[in-house]
Design a binder for this molecule. Structure first.
Ligand code: SF4
Length: 359
């Protein structure tokens, strides 16, 4: 079916890059594909949901002068020798890459390189081994209070593995970052919801666009909410997907109505093959101001933030800005961020981003 909505030559070129340059293969869930088909039928292949999971010509061809494979340098924050699934940047919490499998592959994924490299899968053996290693590390690092399940999508590991993981780690606060709610909402069965409730999990949804929240997704979110599970949101600011304050405000309003607490909107990392998703920093600041100055605090309390190798930084952490190079500082450490080259960032028209409304 995907063949119908992607140019054959472009697909071949992309598949070649998957092999040569470790990009993630195209993967789209049936649930999400139906939404893309509706979008394509109405506005063609320029829409926000299409661009989220299908490679475009710009994804392959647009480059900016400074890009890197792994801007946040996760490899430098792996405290256990030869273990690439425990990432620790903070004193009291760590990230646990419980799986490298996702329900669909996001074209802008900042972990593209690492995910395509690991591909260890979701077997019980892999999960048990990973948890044993993690528990040994936690035993010797008692200051860690929270384990953040990330991936991949932690909810792709299935009920049995998830139950095992949550039971094994019940002494720690567990946070799960997931995009399953919009790619495969059917996985939120009553059984999974009860399990998440039983272990008092915090669920952090990654939802980028208002049209990802259809009625079916809303129904699931309401069930999760009714069960008393704490829900939050975190998502990236992406050109062609949500690069307009009106889209962000609409999304935050919808999520607020569904009792999802907003945490952060991420400024995308300057990674390879991401130039078509990035915004110039000047435009990022303009969007932040538009959101801040036109909304009540339950919307504008959302932080615009960027993950770096020294931890999360925000606009107020900028200490130097010379040409394309912006320096951020925190905890007496500095990190450089390289802005997009001039002329790359063309704002997406609101009538494309919110094509269902009358703009
Ligand atoms: S679901 Fe998350 S980990 Fe998986 S491809 Fe998308 S952004 Fe990357």
């Amino acid at each position: 079916m995907i063949n119908k909505i992607i140019d054959k030559t472009l697909k071949l070129k992309y598949e070649d890059l998957v092999k040569k340059d470790s990009l993630l293969p195209i993967k789209v869930s049936n649930f999400y594909r139906k939404k893309i088909e509706e979008e394509v039928q109405t506005i063609g292949i320029c829409g926000p949901l299409y661009k989220s999971v299908i490679p475009t010509k710009d994804k392959i061809e647009v480059k900016t002068s400074i890009e890197t494979r792994d801007y946040v340098e996760e490899n430098n924050h792996m405290p256990v020798k030869n273990v690439d699934y425990i990432i620790r940047k903070y004193n009291n919490r760590l990230v646990f890459i419980i799986t490298d499998i996702c329900f669909a592959h996001c074209q802008y994924c900042f972990r593209t390189y690492n995910l395509s490299k690991y591909q260890a899968g979701n077997t019980k053996k892999t999960i048990v081994e990973k948890i044993t290693t993690l528990k040994n590390y936690l035993k010797n690092n008692k200051e860690i209070k929270e384990v953040i399940f990330s991936g991949g999508d932690p909810l792709s590991i299935g009920y049995e593995n998830l139950e095992y993981a949550l039971k094994s780690l019940k002494k720690w606060d567990i946070r799960i970052h997931t995009r399953a709610i919009i790619y495969e909402p059917s996985i939120f069965t009553n059984k999974i919801i009860s399990l998440l409730k039983e272990y008092n999990v915090r669920l952090v949804f990654h939802i980028n666009h208002p049209y990802e929240i259809c009625e079916q997704v809303q129904d699931k979110i309401k069930k999760i909410c009714k069960a008393g599970i704490r829900m939050y949101s975190q998502f990236p600011l992406l050109r062609g997907i949500n690069d307009n304050s009106l889209v962000l405000i609409k999304l935050l309003e919808i999520m607020d109505n569904l009792h999802i607490r907003p945490l952060s909107i991420f400024i995308p990392d300057p990674i390879s093959y991401s130039a078509c998703f990035r915004l110039s920093f000047k435009r990022i600041i303009k969007i932040i101001d538009e959101v801040n100055f036109s909304t009540p605090s339950w919307i504008n309390s959302t932080r615009f933030t960027m993950d770096t190798t020294i931890g999360k930084v925000r606009r107020e952490n900028i200490v130097k800005w010379i040409g394309n190079c912006i320096t951020f500082s925190r905890d007496n450490k500095e990190v450089k961020y390289y802005d997009l080259d001039e002329g790359i960032d063309t704002p997406t028209q609101i009538k494309t981003l919110l094509w269902k409304e009358n703009y």
